[in-house]
Design a binder for this molecule. Structure first.
Ligand code: GLY
Length: 302
């Protein structure tokens, strides 16, 4: 009963390839298991789709995660992340946020684990939020699930679809959501376990995060490490979270992937983003890469 994209799943290469030929691109190819955020390919052509299917089912690029491949209808729209704390029965929605999943500006390039996020956002209307919550209620009650429930959503011109569920905070969404929390997270977790009333307070601010990756992400990691340098002092409007940073004494290195993130919290989203983009050049390493348009759509709409 959960609205998702139309899909079919395959474990046999020749059947999957036949199916690809019958579908008008674009289409979405997904590995059925965990693939570090890289198991989703939005194939714009049949050649790309065939390549993705072969990579998963023939070359086993994602190991066990790719023994079943899901081929989904492509949904065009705006993505939103709906993350809630749940106690087995009730749902406490956290502030809504938006990740930026593709690697390049203008929502182009390959899918990644996430290149930046903003919070709060008002992509969904009150009615749509209620509808999403009602669907999540069904999942929670059916599974008697307690913990964090993350729904990745796509709002198309027709309706809101569920792209995925995760049992964790999103990354980079957690970096913005938790920075706006004005309640004690541990208390909320305990309330979920013990079935107490779930409540949360929020700071009256906006948060943004921009991920610094290596230019080869998400295609490959580096064979050797590169040195990370900080050319200047940051002003105190930003903070840094490390992802793939290797510390050795006073030096820091990385072998690529998503390396670190720069986060800012301020009274408007625009100021938070300006803080980040005014400081981000102060971090340098060979192959440093980041999107330059995180949150732009949201600001331009206003
Ligand atoms: N940002 C997407 C995820 O954590 O799955």
């Amino acid at each position: 009963e959960i609205p998702t994209a139309g899909y079919a799943s395959f474990d046999k290469l020749h059947v999957a390839l036949e199916y690809v030929k019958s579908v008008k691109p674009p289409m979405v190819i997904k590995a059925n298991g965990l693939a570090e955020g890289k198991g989703v390919v939005v194939a714009q052509t049949q050649v790309d789709a065939e390549r993705a299917v072969r990579k998963m089912l023939e070359n086993r690029a994602f190991g066990e995660a790719g023994t079943i491949v899901v081929i989904e209808e492509y949904l065009q729209g705006e993505e939103a992340s709906f993350i809630a704390m749940v106690d087995g029965t009730n749902i406490l929605p956290l502030a809504s946020s938006q990740d930026h999943k593709t690697r390049d500006d203008g929502d182009k390039g390959p899918n990644t684990g996430g290149m930046g996020a903003i919070c709060p956002v008002n992509i969904l209307t009150t009615d749509e939020l209620l509808e999403v919550k009602n669907h999540m209620d069904k999942v929670v009650k059916k599974l008697n699930y307690k913990g964090v429930l993350y729904a990745g959503l796509m709002k198309t011109k027709d309706k809101v679809y569920f792209l995925e569920f995760n049992c964790r905070f999103g990354d980079p969404e957690a970096q913005v959501i938790l920075n706006l929390l004005d309640s004690n997270l541990l208390d909320i977790m305990n309330d979920c376990i013990e079935g107490n009333d779930l409540t949360v307070k929020w700071k009256n601010s906006y948060a943004a995060t921009v991920v610094l990756s290596h230019v080869d992400y998400p295609i490959k990691k580096l064979k050797e490490v590169v040195n990370i340098s900080y050319t200047n002092d940051f002003d105190n409007s930003v903070k840094i979270y490390n992802s793939n940073v290797i510390e050795a004494g006073q030096y820091q290195y990385t072998n690529g992937g998503r390396v670190l993130s720069m986060v800012s919290i301020d009274k408007t989203l625009q100021i938070a983003l300006e803080n980040i983009y005014n400081n981000i050049h102060k971090i340098q390493y060979k192959g440093v890469y980041y999107r330059r348009d995180i949150g732009c759509n949201n600001i331009l709409e206003k």
